[in-house]
Design a protein around this ligand. Structure first.
Ligand SMILES: [Fe+2]
Ligand SMILES: [Fe+2]
Length: 187
């Protein structure tokens, strides 16, 4: 890797003019600086789902609740699939702690079971709200564990979180499109 770094150019002829207000070169926002890494993207998903759950809590009317529950289920399915495809397996290679990934997978499975039940229900079902509330509690617990224990371990590891972030962003678009398509076919 030969880095030609020999341009020790002495300050260009234009010395800084005291009155110059422009600092044109001060901020460079390269696309790589804007690109979010895996942890940032996953946390953003967590916040989005929390927001949907709190909208569900405040919502009134079966139709609105149904709509929000569907959205919550879809977001959670996409998010867990992204973690299961792109994050959890890779992290096994970098972290010594397999148990943390095993527990996360069990929690995902429990959430999936509940999600399936909710998706097969009508908002008029007397168990509907209770199921969504229990899903919320389970997800809150899972998110806590990921953000307090798991993600910090990833950040300390040698995992290339930027590269995984790029994969997550691409795969998420595919999965969202796919699930929205499925949803349309069902009705
Ligand atoms: Fe997860
Ligand atoms: Fe997560």
């Amino acid at each position: 890797m030969a880095t030609t770094h020999t341009s020790t150019s002495k300050s260009s002829s234009s010395r800084k003019s005291a009155s110059s207000k422009s600092r044109s070169t001060a901020r460079k926002t390269t696309s790589s600086a804007r690109q979010k890494d895996a942890v940032q993207l996953l946390k953003a998903d967590h916040r989005a789902v929390e927001k949907l759950f709190s909208q569900f809590e405040k919502a009134s009317g079966e139709q609105r609740k149904m709509q929000l529950a569907r959205k919550i289920c879809m977001e959670l399915k996409v998010h867990s699939q992204l973690e299961e495809e792109l994050v959890y397996p890779t992290s096994r290679e970098f972290l010594k702690d397999d148990e943390i990934v095993n527990e996360a997978l069990i929690e995902h499975q429990a959430a999936k079971d509940l999600i399936e039940q909710i998706q097969g229900m009508d908002a008029s079902d007397e168990m509907f709200e209770a199921k969504v509330t229990v899903l919320q509690e389970q997800i809150e617990h899972h998110v806590q564990e990921e953000e307090k224990e798991y993600f910090p371990q990833l950040q300390k590891s040698d995992m290339d979180l930027k590269a995984i972030g790029q994969q997550i962003a691409m795969r998420k678009k595919e999965l969202m499109a796919q699930m929205q398509g499925d949803g349309l076919e069902m009705h």
